[in-house]
Design a protein around this ligand. Structure first.
Ligand code: FAD
Length: 336
């Protein structure tokens, strides 16, 4: 991913699309057709495939990664969580990803189990999670970043997560705060992360502050690293209320009132939603960045809203740019 970003012309834009593995074979067939259509029409720089907590979707995530990477020829990034995952499961996922030709991993902690349940499981054998050796446990995303670097050197390009409005976790009762997260984000970057991808947000001022804070951070860890803001297309009124509540992303009052005005009309919600997200993208496009500007779209496996936003904000690359990245894919192995 970072090789492809580095090969883009200065000042240009790129985007990625996120997909999750469907539960049923009917869902998989539908997604396959959609992915094929979307990748041809929209030409993302790369796609990402989500990972279920504790490895719950391991097989299906790898199947989807195979479809994207091998069959559709898309540069693919596999999300991988590490909490509640034994080293054995992590190793298998990384080996399988490598065997499929996947070169990119988004290294995540995953959501921890509820603390009481967690404590009970720890108490089962007194020295670790039931069914896991103590040394098998990964606690934070940084443990996974270090592990991937130790085991695979530079084979994988590694991304890590960041939270423009701070990460909401029961571990810090003082509430979500970017300042709390920053030392750990520095740690993940210094441990070998190549790019940063953010949680969804609608508060563009909070995003501006976040990116400025990172770029100017005293450690110098974020001076040039690609920071890719996460965009959530608005598919319905209920969905955006639920998603922002779960992700602890603030919906600014002017956005709530624009959505409230049309909340009885699903088509209008989608239309206003396209306006809102396009305005956020356009705002960020105008801000200076040390390299090409990227955007990550949480598609929820849906096609229309993201396509309208990409068109509206001129993010769909021209054929020329696509050809340049094709040349890069061929020339990189020849050079190394
Ligand atoms: P970490 O970087 O480990 O941080 C977690 C929290 O702990 C933060 O509050 C941090 O400040 C704090 N912290 C970190 N290290 C320490 C330390 N040493 N001591 C004390 N506190 C510390 N989840 C999935 O299950 N599957 C997915 O596919 C998935 N994809 C995602 C994609 C993106 C772009 C993002 C932003 C999130 C995604 N998530 C996914 C959610 C993610 O797993 C959760 O948000 C999780 O709770 C935190 O993961 P992390 O990698 O940010 O953790």
């Amino acid at each position: 991913i970072t090789d492809k970003i580095a090969a883009l012309p200065p000042g240009s834009n790129y985007f990625s699309l996120e997909f999750f593995p469907p539960k049923t074979s009917m869902g998989s067939a539908n997604l396959r057709a959609r992915l094929d259509r979307m990748s041809r029409a929209l030409r993302p720089l790369f796609v990402t495939v989500t990972w279920g907590a504790g490895g719950s979707t391991a097989e299906k995530s790898l199947e989807l990664a195979e479809l994207c990477q091998r069959e559709l020829g898309l540069t693919t990034c596999l999300h991988l969580t590490c909490t509640n995952m034994s080293k054995k499961l992590v190793d298998k996922a990384l080996q399988d990803a490598k065997a499929l030709g996947v070169r990119n991993i988004l290294a995540l902690r995953g959501d921890p189990p509820r603390s009481e349940e967690y404590k009970e499981r720890i108490n089962v054998n007194g020295n670790g999670i039931e069914g896991m050796e103590e040394e098998d446990e990964f606690e934070w995303a940084i443990d996974l970043v270090k592990y991937i670097r130790k085991m695979y050197g530079d084979y994988f390009c590694i991304g890590v997560a960041a939270y423009p409005e701070g990460h909401a976790d029961e571990g810090h009762p003082e509430g979500q705060s970017l300042e709390h997260d920053l030392p750990y984000l520095v740690g993940k970057t210094q441990a070998g992360a190549d790019f940063i991808m953010t949680q969804l947000f609608f508060d563009v001022e909070a995003y501006d502050k976040f990116e400025k804070r990172l770029r100017e951070h005293e450690s110098g860890a974020f001076k040039t690293i690609p920071i890719i803001p996460g965009m959530m297309p608005i598919q319905s009124y209920q969905m955006i209320k639920r998603t922002t509540k779960l992700s602890h992303a603030r919906l600014p009052p002017n956005i709530i009132s624009r959505l409230d005005e049309v909340k009885g009309d699903d088509e209008m919600v989608k239309k206003v939603g396209v306006d809102i997200v396009s305005e956020i993208v356009t705002h960020i496009q105008q801000e200076a960045a040390p390299g090409p500007r990227g955007f990550h779209f949480y598609t929820l496996n849906l096609e229309k809203a993201v396509s309208f936003i990409l068109e509206r904000t001129n993010l769909i690359p021209t054929e020329d740019l696509e050809d340049e990245s094709a040349v890069l894919e061929i020339s990189v192995p020849l050079q190394s």
